[in-house]
Design a protein around this ligand. Sequence first.
Ligand SMILES: Cc1cc2nc3c(=O)[nH]c(=O)nc-3n(C[C@H](O)[C@H](O)[C@H](O)COP(=O)(O)OP(=O)(O)OC[C@H]3O[C@@H](n4cnc5c(N)ncnc54)[C@H](O)[C@@H]3O)c2cc1C
Length: 386
Amino acid sequence: MTASTPRVAIVGTGVIGAMAAWQLAARGAQVLAFDSYGRGHDRGASAGESRIFRTVYKEGASYVPLLRRAQQLWRELETASGRSLLTLCGGLTIGAPDEPDLQAVRRCAEQAGLPHQVFDSTTAAQHFPQHRLDPGEIALHDPDAGVLRPEPSVQGALEAAERSGARLFTYHQVDDLTETAAGWRLSTGGTTYDVDHVVLTPGPWAGRLAPLAAVPVQARLITACWFAARDVAAHRPDRLPVAIRRHPEAGFSCFPVLDGVAVKIVPHHLGWPDLDDPGDLPRSASPQFARAASAAVARLLPGLVPEPVRISTYAEGFTPDEHPVVGALPGTANATVLTGFSGHGFKLAPVFGQIAADLVLHGRTGHDIDGLAPDRFTPHRSATRN
Ligand SMILES: Cc1cc2nc3c(=O)[nH]c(=O)nc-3n(C[C@H](O)[C@H](O)[C@H](O)COP(=O)(O)OP(=O)(O)OC[C@H]3O[C@@H](n4cnc5c(N)ncnc54)[C@H](O)[C@@H]3O)c2cc1C
């Protein structure tokens, strides 16, 4: 092991760890990547057929440079993996004009000078009849939005990493991590590995890793439901953009038909309950949940049969401010953490993979990640900021 080819262990190969492995291996690091489960598995945050990519970002205009770079890297990964991963079908945010998300996307579009179009309820009904809008509601259209394919994205990034020499250890849970004089020692299933640097990307399992004890990440349950389209052609990506729907009776993300059958919705208004541990993830939803999701579909998506044909559950890690934790791990040397992506990290994953590689190889990055610092929740740091 030499300073120019550091040996780096990645703990967790969901989408964030997979992208870090791809970027680090491409830049010459010796990568050992560990995961408790298989490539693209469905127990964490990085599976479920589809993810929204959007550029007009309700979470703030500060993300726009990261989103632009992420979009370029998604195209690079498509080339590197030979897979189609991102379809730019446009995106809608729908709701009342004074609804906070509608105000936030308008503010972002104006601050960052992003192309967008606002439809009133009448013109929205002409262009997007799949959605039922109430009088007075609006739809903001983001042309630089679309749909990502999570499982092939994770698998494509890991394969690209392996082609650059990374070693992948699936079904290897890292049980222990100890800082040493020269780097870190980790153990999995009774075998130990010594490395120069660790990249911790455990998603909702952050609370189980001892070095992350001070990083506040809460695991939560997110449920996705698929509803059969009466007219499948009208609900494919060439006619149905991705959408975020806000309404007094319901709220959900909405994804076009990708399986030839059904539109996926991820209800927001039914809550994303805390999980004591991601291992407690229930593998389906209650009849009450299914009925409430059906009611939202019957009210707002008239072209769907309002009873789910499929339901899946996932675990995601949330921070108190719902922005991820990205940076050097305080109080340690040679450890980088990227976790707590709080329900919106997938689209950004390739740029965070690049940031992980920058931090490991150079100790800094040209991307603006000041607002994501791991110590931002500690009292002394807040006092300094105030
Ligand atoms: C249903 C749902 C819908 C979403 N929709 C969107 C969307 O439309 N757009 C968007 O941008 N984002 C969306 N998100 C958020 C996004 O998908 C996540 O932020 C992102 O996938 C987080 O990836 P991750 O790698 O941090 O976590 P994960 O994918 O959970 O990966 C963590 C990995 O670490 C492994 N691991 C943990 N501990 C250990 C250990 N000790 N040893 C070995 N391995 C370990 C786990 O097995 C797991 O594979 C959504 C999330 C969910 C759940």
